[in-house]
Design a protein around this ligand. Structure first.
Ligand code: SF4
Length: 253
């Protein structure tokens, strides 16, 4: 299994994210923009007019966003169209690609056996879904179907030691400096603005965790599970943040 087809390739995309997504004016977006309306920074050639200075221009949310390859897949399938049907398809395929990304990592973590077989089956099934009738797909239901598999893989990977269970926790602004959080579960946790400086986060599970503005300077994220580049890009880190070699280091760290 490879992540290659789950990497955004903006050169092959009709800027679906810059049109299809809604923004609310905030520290992440300098403007309000409804879904379906092209961003005023979008150029006629589908490129971003402020790409080289997104953060300084007030669009840190764009710098952190990752379509996980959904943009080029939908653009190719719908011949570069950008109408309502295509934008709706982009939302669905983005959700399916996120599940494919999680399942791909889970396959790499799982030992050979029934769970790994089920993971590989789910990967193939969801990839087929992404090529089918997208109007009939409820991504939430698909996610609910594969979540038990992902949880099993996570639990098996976090046994030495099994860390604290912070699933779905509200940890906004929490002071977790230098905390021993090895093997913790942060599935769906809100860690916005949390102080995780010098925390030991080895093998912690970050599935769906909101890390916007979390301070990861000096933290050790070696072998962290299900930690996406977009989550890292939304957090604060620097050269002292330890990542596994397979995790891309955000350019602004
Ligand atoms: S600022 Fe650039 S990347 Fe963000 S939505 Fe607008 S055109 Fe797209």
């Amino acid at each position: 299994m490879a992540f290659d087809h789950l990497r955004a390739d903006c050169e092959r995309c009709a800027a679906l994210c810059c049109v299809g997504l809604a923004f609310a004016r905030s520290s992440d977006f300098a403007i309000d923009k409804p879904a379906g309306q092209p961003c005023p920074n979008l150029r006629p050639d589908h490129r971003c007019g402020v790409h080289d200075r997104l953060r300084h221009a007030g669009f840190a949310g764009c710098a952190a966003f990752d379509c996980l390859g959904a943009g080029q897949r939908v653009t190719t399938r719908f011949d570069g169209r950008r109408d309502d049907e295509v934008l709706a398809a982009f939302h669905v395929v983005r959700g399916l690609h996120e599940l494919l990304w999680l399942l791909t990592e889970a396959v790499e973590l799982a030992e050979p056996g029934p769970v790994r077989d089920d993971l590989e089956g789910a990967l193939l099934a969801i990839d087929l879904l992404a090529n089918g009738d997208l109007t009939r797909i409820d991504v939430g239901s698909v996610r609910a179907g594969v979540n038990p598999l992902l949880v099993v893989v996570s639990q098996r990977a976090r046994t030495d030691p099994a860390g604290p269970d912070h699933r779905g926790a509200d940890l906004i602004g929490a002071d977790l400096r230098s905390a021993d959080l090895r093997g913790a579960s942060f599935r769906g946790a809100r860690l916005i603005g949390a102080d995780l400086r010098s925390a030991d986060l080895r093998r912690a599970d970050f599935t769906g965790a909101d890390l916007r503005g979390a301070d990861l300077r000096g933290a050790d994220l070696t072998d962290a599970l299900f930690l996406q580049g977009s989550q890292l890009a939304s957090a604060r880190g620097d050269a002292t943040t330890v990542l596994s070699p397979s995790r891309p280091r955000p350019a602004h760290w």
